[in-house]
Design a protein around this ligand. Structure first.
Ligand code: T1G
Length: 700
């Protein structure tokens, strides 16, 4: 079946693209478009042409899957120019999410009409690219330099009414049938004798000379490490200063540079990896899902209240239980505060708040949870407390209710076995702040039913989060790897690297925050308590030594005004503390560690390869379904730089042979306790394969 159909309605030709799921502009679509346009243009009965799409959206972009292959003619810029050169008026009919190459096709048309609920934009920068099919030259000509830069550098779409105001489209239709509305629009153009109107013939409105320099300064912090934003600015400068054809040639050159960049490869990997995570072995479209209408959250602390707020925002009925009256009040106050903050930032309205609170109930009585479809325990991180809560839930909640724990490290099977229904028990590890962080680790217990997993995946999607299914081990995937990353940080401190240098090195490398600043933010007491509960810590007095020393001194971090760093009252800015430096030297002496100068490269390799080695072990243990899932977890839960693709993709980009050689060197220098190379890493390195090519062995 052709991806492009040509139909005639009176004097109007209707070209309809049908390339599910999002009408991406594949090669077949590009060929079909040119062919259909050719036929419409040569048909004397036709006086105008409409280009639209069937299905849920207008074209959502070039087909990203083609980017890994050599470009295939006809190229998208050629298709756009061909549309614009048409001698008859061409009208774009926009609905759904008209994005990237789809918007470039729309701007190649002579007129544009959009359904009122349509959105449109240029998200290429989120893939490390720029609009490479004349978008950087057309958008500034219709929307102006500032609006064009804002849309292309942020990648954020705008709704149809805003696009109309900006001059990007010509009309907004309230009709569902946008193709029909576009045909009517075309008929009116014919009746009015309208001619083709080409954006390339417009001039870009001038901007003050200093504008671009100021814009570069403004965007620098947000776009560090990324080549595409700077090239987008250069293209827009050309739109305001150079002849169209010269500028288009440079746009193509810059696009190819971006497409070839490791950053774009990483961002495209992240895009697809985030869509792969929901494909879980043993869970298919045929797996039943349980209906979730009412969610009970047990524990009204920071996490519980934020989870409750997220569930309210997703339209669920929510019960919040805490056995402590003051704690429950604090939880309710937190939810109100989150609503008020959302209203202040314009994210939600007061009607949303009223609607949410109408579905909210606070209680101290487990009996009120009897009809909940899902209970999420967010109580104190202590096994005895969790077992007590689950025993109560087991005896209270209706049959078929899902019982989830928000534990970040504890054994989900042990919790499940505290109930008579282990098949209904699962881990839903939210990340703080739970209403903002997109990641949820869905921890499958040994007994967890497939439909409970499938329902949890659906819940994550309803919450607008990325649910990654992981196995049950200490720390699951994210926190298990965090121990390797944190361990190396702690060892580097004892060996002589200053905390502020470690943090600056990893921040400059791309991490959202340095590990020592993160420790002070989370609270060194939190990690200390978890380590006290563990019975499987390495027999190594250096393991998290400084974190323990500081925690025992009451130096918890921001919450106590000092931890690894000092904090001025009211400030969250970490300040190096000579007292900590002295403490580190003292502990190093006690441990017989001779301190030395340590360079940035060693810091990066030891912390990041520490993640890669642990991630490899996680794959060997079958705790993650694929390397991409590990990447998704670390990008969305721990601030790993998206433009490096996650730990496993990053290792592939370095080359597993090089990573393996470095790990072997670390084993020689630091011993096998932490640096024994996993067999899988050796096998992949020695066979010249990548993590991306690796598949979980069947049945694991
Ligand atoms: N190419 C190929 N596949 C795509 C795709 C694309 N552009 N967009 C989505 N898919 C697949 C996706 O992998 C998934 O596949 C399915 O469609 C549903 O997607 C030259 C260079 C449109 C808002 O960046 O933002 O144009 O997992 O789960 O949540 O200048 O998809 O089912 O097998 O995300 O409803 C620019 C990317 C490209 C838009 C829909 N365009 N897509 O979200 O569904 S570069 C984009 C999205 C470009 C030109 C430049 C979202 C969506 P599977 P989904 P959704």
């Amino acid at each position: 079946m052709s991806a492009v159909a040509l139909d005639k309605q009176g004097k109007v030709a209707v070209i309809a693209i049908d390339n599910p799921p999002v009408n991406a502009v594949s090669r077949a679509v590009r060929e079909g478009l040119i062919d259909a346009l050719q036929r419409a243009e040569s048909d004397p009965a036709i006086e105008a042409v409409v280009i639209g799409c069937t299905g849920r959206t207008f074209i959502a972009g070039a087909d990203i899957r083609e980017f890994g292959q050599p470009p295939q003619a006809p190229l998208l810029p050629e298709v756009v120019e061909r549309i614009e050169a048409c001698t008859k008026p061409v009208i774009a009919a926009l609905h759904g999410t008209a994005l990237g190459g789809g918007m470039e096709i729309a701007l190649g048309c002579h007129y544009r009409i959009a359904r009122k609920d349509a959105s449109m934009g240029f998200p290429e920068v989120t893939l490390g690219l720029l609009p490479g099919a004349t978008g950087t030259q057309r958008l500034p000509r219709v929307a102006g330099v500032e609006r064009a830069l804002e849309m292309m550098i942020s990648g954020r779409p705008v709704k149809a009414p805003a696009a109309l105001d900006a001059g990007i489209i010509d009309a907004v239709s309230t009709e569902d049938d946008i193709l029909g509305a576009a045909v009517n629009y075309a008929e009116n153009l014919i009746a009015g004798g309208a001619a083709p109107r080409r954006i390339r013939d417009l001039e870009t409105a001038p901007v003050p000379p200093q504008f671009f320099a100021d814009y570069r300064k403004k965007m620098a912090r947000k776009t560090r490490g990324l080549p595409a934003p700077e090239r987008i600015v250069r293209c827009v400068e050309l739109a305001a200063s150079a002849p169209y054809d010269e500028a288009i040639a440079r746009e193509r050159e810059y696009f190819l540079e971006c497409k070839a960049s490791p950053q774009s490869a990483a961002l495209r990997h992240a895009f697809f990896a985030e869509r792969q995570v929901s494909k879980v072995p043993g869970i298919g479209k045929e797996t039943p899902r349980r209906n979730i209408h009412t969610v009970a959250i047990i524990g009204a602390g920071t996490m519980g209240a934020a989870i409750a707020y997220a569930c309210l925002g997703a339209g669920f009925n929510v019960l919040l239980l805490d056995n402590d009256a003051a704690g429950l009040e604090r939880g309710e106050a937190t939810i109100n505060r989150l609503y008020e903050g959302g209203i202040k930032r314009g994210r939600i309205t007061s009607a949303d708040m009223a609607d949410g609170l109408s579905r909210f109930t606070a209680t101290r009585d487990y009996a009120d949870l009897a009809e909940a479809d899902l209970a999420i325990e967010a109580a104190f991180e202590n096994m005895a407390v969790k077992k007590e809560v689950f025993a109560k839930l087991d005896s209270t909640c209706k049959p078929g209710a899902i019982l989830a724990t928000n534990t970040s490290t504890l054994d989900v099977d042990e919790i499940a076995n505290a109930t008579q229904r282990p098949g209904d028990v699962i881990g839903l590890h939210f990340f703080s702040p739970a209403h903002i962080m997109r990641l949820v680790e869905i921890v499958r217990g040994a007994a967890t039913e497939p439909e409970v997993i499938a329902t949890s995946l659906g819940l994550a999607k309803s919450l607008g989060k990325i649910g990654t299914v992981v196995g049950n081990c200490f720390g699951f995937v994210g926190n298990r790897m965090l121990y390797s990353y944190g361990r190396e940080n702690q060892l580097l401190l004892l060996e002589g690297a200053a905390p502020e240098f470690i943090d600056a090195t990893l921040f400059d490398w791309g991490m959202a925050m340095g590990p020592n600043a993160v420790g002070d933010l989370a609270g060194l007491d939190v990690g200390y308590k978890v380590r006290q509960e563990r019975t499987d810590l390495p027999d190594d007095p250096r393991f998290y030594r400084m974190a323990d020393v500081l925690a025992k001194m009451g130096r918890y971090g921001q919450k106590t005004g000092k931890g690894m760093f000092r904090y001025e009252p009211g400030s969250r800015e970490p300040v190096p503390d000579p007292e900590v430096q002295a403490l580190i030297r003292q502990e190093a002496r006690r441990l017989g560690i001779e301190q030395r100068d340590i360079g940035a490269q060693e810091i990066i390799e030891r912390c990041i390869y520490g993640l890669v080695v642990e991630g490899t072990r996680i794959l060997e243990d079958g705790v993650a379904n694929r390397p991409g899932d590990i990447d998704v977890i670390w990008i969305n839960g721990y601030g790993f730089p998206r433009h490096r693709g996650g730990p496993m993709h990053y290792a592939d980009s370095v080359g597993l042979d090089r990573v393996y050689a470095t790990v072997c060197e670390f084993r020689e220098r630091f011993g096998p306790l932490y640096w024994e190379p996993p067999l899988l890493l050796r096998e992949l390195a020695q066979s010249g394969r990548t993590f991306a090519e690796w598949q979980m062995p069947a049945g694991q």
